[in-house]
Design a protein around this ligand. Sequence first.
Ligand code: ATP
Length: 502
Amino acid sequence: MAESTNGRMEKLVSLCKRRGFIFQSSEIYGGINGFWDYGPLGVELKRNIKNAWWEDVVRKRDDMVGLDCAIIMNPKVWEASGHVAGFTDPLADCKKCKARFRADKIFSVTARDGENVLLQAGVEADDEAHARAAATAAANSKTRRRLEQHAEAMVWEVCRGDRLPDGVAARCPLCGGELTDARKFNMMFKTFVGAMEDSSAVAYLRPETAQGIFANYSNVLDTSRLKLPFGIAQIGKAFRNEINPRNYTFRSREFEQMEIEFFCRPDEADKWYEYWRDARFQWYVGLGLRSDRLRLRDHEPDELAHYANACADIEYEFPFGICELEGVANRTDFDLTQHQKFSGKDMAYFDDESKERFLPYVIEPSGGVDRAALALLCEAYCEDEAPDEKGNPQPRTLMKLHPRIAPIKAAVFPLVKKDGMPAIARKIYEDLRGAGLSAFYDEKGAVGRRYRRQDEAGTPFCITVDGQTLQDRTVTVRDRDTLRQERIADDEVLPYVRERVG
Ligand code: ATP
């Protein structure tokens, strides 16, 4: 199982590089762990996801406004929010080989029949070579087999791996050495503001966009004349010095979030929590994530953060495991209470009708743009067969991206570079672009090759101008997924594509 799923992931990673979706950051210098760049197709995909989110949660609603805050804020924000004291992961080092692990991600491989064997495998081992080394080092063949399976998974991360049973001391999965006690590691990136590099100049790159919303809550309320319930939405970069970034872009050190803080009366918080949990789930379904790979998981009471009284994760079954795409939480009045306390500013809401003053409760749907993009890419990756020019079936790779988020909506080809075909094709291409639809013009090489390039880019429609176009002004439209071709009038192309892109 592990091999085929990781094989699938490797193929996707390679396609993303080959076609310009995602590159390793500063690759020419050997890269930098946990940072990624989006190429020409990737940036369009990401922008389309963000635009879809903004359209759906801000522009189409009359109870939501947007915000765009600075990445660096007064460090008191992070004291009030609890990040300075508590935004930590447990970190353990091997005393022998000095490898570093996230202590809560070291998990055990136990023989199911209750036999003796108990080996620890570090899910967060730094790379595939280390993970495989752990597997090979395992003592007996039965354990080795089990460990090898896990080693495959380790390459990508087991998101909800087993925890070590109580009383079992973890040992280094690489060399078997003793591990240090876990110590807290704060994941906020520190920097200095101004010329002095002393403690008075310390500031942080925000680890989430949410606190900027809370810090501006009164500004927004005073300037927009909103009444409860209402929400404030923000898309922006967040930074976390993750101990082990992994699983491609899934766990990065720099990423983008799409967050909503939805303020409501405390007695309506349960209702709004359920509303947002279901609405956010459906949003991903609407963008093409198949419902059986997508799931909604309510947190157990002992999983809840101290500030939340309800939380659900929208999870997706990635090739490397079932992992969180977005969390929806009822954060009560925790954040406004904290900021009121630390800033000394009154954050109470005055209800004109009931004449009550109170701190609103907050429902927070918090998702990651990069994780949404990765899930959509994983979902879209397909291999099938398509006939070549002679009608013989050939393997093809295609990205079945939903037309709404596909980087290129339509590609336009003249069948050959003569008889006026390029001029007609160019006109169609210009009309599409003029209407704000991203389009691609290609006249080079065999048409079959041009189709296949667009299949890999996830372009839903290819329009070809051919000999018949010269006679009756019709063109063929080829559907990426079904391979069905239909003829439509050349002046019908724009409405045809626009209608399907939505
Ligand atoms: P995880 O448990 O996976 O570390 P989290 O529960 O800490 O995630 P939140 O703090 O709730 O995540 O952040 C909200 C969203 O931001 C997540 O659902 C995810 O989509 C995104 N996100 C968080 N950390 C990262 C990261 N390191 N890389 C990419 N996206 C991230």
